[in-house]
Design a protein around this ligand. Structure first.
Ligand code: HEC
Ligand code: HEC
Length: 340
């Protein structure tokens, strides 16, 4: 009897003790990657939104990114950020890479098709707050010293994009902080990183035990790019021949046309230059493809299109990470097939 009572009271105190212990932090699929990294000892990113700025709200930031407008904190509406574009003309706000540790345009194209997303020149804003470097690689060639500050500072990167990419006005402080607050709502989750059971175990052991924290942090960071690479490319040397040793696949080219070109050009959505499925349209594209004219797709895909005088919209070039030579040949094959 005494023994049973002793056993019982021991069990009770053990339970009380355990329930007083804070629950161990567990890195499951829904946990934000940045939070897990902080738990593992990483410094928080410096682009946290400044919540002391009056009027800051993630909802307003979302409206600015998706529509270019937001309700002003003191009533009324802001002027449109850009006359020509919204952020989502060129950036997805959803995850658009199946494997975030590589930038593979063909994997992205198929992933975009399966999810009904467009295939664009800009890197997804989903997960932008998890990156540490912006306008990487060859973007320096295009924007020169403007990228120096934007490289390591997300606020500067957003402002550069608002003014240069969108050809619009700079964001006010409350708008900038609101956009940042919104971008934090589309930060990476652990579930985006394709980690195995075993890897979750390793990470959670490090979180619980204190040992192996650096290795766990490295493992997590090996599963997404901290900087989106950007390699500029030239049109083929011989535009008639196209890129050497590549045979275009029209079925894949159709995806490029519909998920990318039409996103901006269908019904003159973001451009005065209309594209559709009419045979005359394909003939026009086919005719100019191998030429040295402003309508050559090789030309506009690799160099972009400069603004028409008096109008500031322009077409951003595709880096190799955003459209491969193969995909450009696929597009040509599709255009030629549809022009017949
Ligand atoms: C006309 C196309 C276009 C529009 C509109 C546009 N962007 Fe961009 N943006 C780009 C391109 C191209 C880059 C180059 C780097 C990249 O995304 O890979 C870029 C880069 C960025 C980057 C840095 C990404 C990185 O990882 O290097 C951010 C952040 C960004 N833009 C935010 C915005 C926001 C916010 C808006 C709306 C206010 C916007 N952009 C509008 C085309 C555009
Ligand atoms: C992010 C939006 C966007 C995407 C995606 C896009 N374009 Fe453009 N494109 C533009 C804008 C803006 C212009 C500049 C002319 C204008 O304002 O009408 C332009 C210009 C052009 C021009 C030159 C037109 C002229 O009047 O000089 C061609 C040709 C063209 N695009 C073809 C394409 C093709 C083919 C694709 C797909 C591979 C494509 N575009 C994808 C926005 C885009």
């Amino acid at each position: 009897m005494k023994q049973a009572a002793l056993f019982f009271s021991l069990m009770l105190s053990a339970t009380v003790f355990l329930s007083l212990q804070p629950a161990p932090y567990l890195a499951d699929e829904d946990k934000p990657v940045a939070e897990v990294l902080e738990q593992l000892g990483d410094e928080p990113a410096k682009h946290q939104p400044d919540t002391t700025v009056e009027g800051i709200s993630a909802e307003r930031g979302r409206a600015l990114v998706l529509t270019g407008f937001a309700d002003k904190p003191n009533g009324g509406r802001t002027g449109k950020q850009s006359k020509h574009f919204v952020c989502t003309s060129c950036h997805n706000v959803q995850k658009d890479d199946p494997d975030l540790s590589v930038s593979d345009p063909q994997a992205r194209l198929l992933y975009a098709r399966d999810r009904g997303l467009p295939f664009l020149q800009g890197t997804a804003l989903y997960g932008a707050v998890n990156r540490t470097s912006f306008y990487n690689g060859d973007y320096e060639k295009k924007y020169g010293s403007l990228v120096t500050k934007a490289r390591s500072d997300l606020r500067e990167a957003i402002q550069l994009c608002a003014v240069e990419c969108s050809q619009g006005r700079a964001l006010e402080p409350w708008e900038m902080e609101s956009v940042l607050a919104y971008l934090w709502t589309i930060q990476l989750k652990m579930g985006d990183l394709n980690l195995s059971e075993k890897e979750y175990k390793q990470i959670n052991a490090a979180l619980a035990g204190g040992k192996g924290k650096e290795a766990a942090s490295r493992l997590i960071k090996s599963r997404y790019l901290q900087a989106a690479p950007a390699t500029f490319a030239e049109p083929p040397k011989d535009r008639r021949e196209g890129y050497a040793d590549i045979t275009g696949d029209p079925a894949n080219g159709k995806l490029v046309y519909e998920l990318s070109c039409l996103h901006c050009h269908e019904k003159e959505r973001y451009s005065f230059f209309n594209l559709d499925h009419a045979r005359t349209t394909f003939r026009h594209l086919e005719h100019h493809f191998p030429r040295y004219t402003r309508y050559s797709v090789y030309q506009v895909a690799r160099y972009g299109a400069s603004p028409i005088p008096g109008k500031k919209a322009y077409m951003p070039n595709y880096t190799l990470e955003k459209m491969s030579h193969q995909q450009l040949e696929d597009l040509r094959a599709y255009v030629e097939e549809m022009g017949e």
